[in-house]
Design a protein around this ligand. Structure first.
Ligand code: PMP
Length: 393
């Protein structure tokens, strides 16, 4: 059929550009040591930053949640799917972030992608100006499109350029939207300056802390704690499939903002509520994140990050100015990046190659992500394997 043949031709074009992605099948739980497509690998690719994805207490809590609440919610939140497990979890997030958000309330979403669509489409309409950082995650870009607001993209990390745009804006509703930790570079947005600008120009600051929540800050309160921010202008999104080890996301903001989302955010209203058992399991992850074990895991992760950066041969490898668990190594062309990734894979190290359009052309990279469940020895093994790679250009 011509329709199929035409898709086949497009797929072959992706092959020629080294842009075809392939799915690998993980046969064991997410952990540093995994069986992938039948092979034992040492993985440096998950976002399981605190190593909670296969933590015994979370597995137990998920089982207990299923026994207590059943498996499915059965309906969307506003019909009958909003269970006590969701409500308790939302209270927990509001309480956890109360040092940073005034009159806090939180809302639990099935995914971070949906949370971002929800926030941007509910807070910004056709008349709004939406200021988006150029390296923002795809879900923020899609949320901006869904909102149909006037999109203004500012250069990476450039608060001065953002100020020029805010100054020129006459829109009544303004939203500044940014990742806190950039998911492909690992660096941080200049949030204190951005918040100051938002307060000065009367704009919401929407912070996607997918890679910061649970990891950054002494107590895991993420980028808001790291930078010590507090403001009614903040709309905070944290994902729960990364450091929290389970899945879903939450938005925390002033209670009025959250009530507006409940009334107006279509990605919240028109979808079946996540399984309550997941919310119950997330209470156990919050106990860990908020307790001594979380602090200990964060400090081990910080040590691993410093170790990797000191052990990679910087004469040879270009790293980003990143102090986070995301440590990309720039390779160059798509082909070179895939070849370097394949060479590591052959030696049993799983480090994914990231290519355009996810990152700009010519900056294809191997993106190492570290987890508190890695050992110092495993990080040393990876650094040595990198340093001994044959030239692949
Ligand atoms: N924002 C950022 C910065 C992300 O990296 C991701 C996931 N990779 C998301 C949002 C989406 O979150 P989720 O996976 O929960 O949909």
């Amino acid at each position: 059929m011509e329709l199929i043949a035409s898709l086949e031709r497009e797929l072959q074009q992706l092959d020629r550009q080294s842009l075809r992605r392939r799915l690998r099948v993980a046969e064991t739980p997410c952990a540093p040591r995994m069986k992938v497509d039948g092979r034992d690998m040492l993985a440096f690719c998950s976002n399981d930053y605190l190593g909670l994805a296969s933590h015994p207490l979370l597995i137990e809590a998920l089982q207990e949640g299923a026994s207590r609440y059943g498996v499915g919610s059965g309906a969307s939140h506003l019909i009958s799917g909003h269970s006590r497990a969701h409500a308790l979890l939302e209270e927990r997030f509001a309480d956890f972030l109360s040092p940073h958000i005034e009159s806090p309330r939180a809302l639990y979403f099935c995914t971070g992608y949906m949370a971002n669509l929800a926030v941007l489409s509910a807070l910004a309409g056709r008349d709004a100006d939406l200021f988006s950082e150029e390296l923002n995650h795809a879900s923020l870009i899609d949320g901006a499109r869904l909102s149909r607001s006037n999109l203004k993209v500012y250069p990476h990390g450039d608060a001065a350029a953002l100020e020029q745009l805010l100054k020129a804006s006459t829109a009544k509703t303004k939203l500044v939207v940014t990742d806190s930790v950039f998911s492909m570079d690992g660096d941080l947005a200049p949030l204190p300056e951005m918040l100051r600008l938002c307060e000065q120009y009367g704009a919401w600051l929407v912070v996607d802390d997918a890679h910061g929540f649970g990891v950054l800050g002494q107590n895991g309160r993420g980028a808001l704690e790291h930078f010590n921010l507090r403001s009614p202008y903040l709309v905070y999104m944290g994902t729960l499939g990364k450091a929290a080890g389970v899945g879903g996301a939450f938005v925390a903001a002033h209670s009025t903002v959250i009530e507006w989302l409940v009334q107006r955010a279509r990605p919240y209203i028109y979808t079946t509520a996540a399984a309550p058992a997941l919310a119950h399991a997330l209470m156990a992850s919050m106990d860990i994140i908020d307790g001594a074990e979380g602090a200990q895991r964060r400090s081990h992760l910080r040590a691993l990050i410093a170790q990797l950066r000191s052990e990679l041969n910087l004469q040879r490898w270009k790293l980003f100015p990143s102090d986070t668990a995301i440590q990309p190594v720039i390779i160059g062309t798509n082909e070179e990046a895939m070849r370097a990734g394949a060479a590591l894979y052959e030696q049993g190290f799983w480090v994914p190659g990231i290519r355009p359009p996810t990152v700009p052309a010519g900056t294809a990279r191997l993106r190492i992500t570290l987890s508190a469940s890695h050992t110092g020895q495993e990080v040393s093994q990876l650094a040595s394997a990198f340093n001994l790679l044959e030239a692949f250009a």
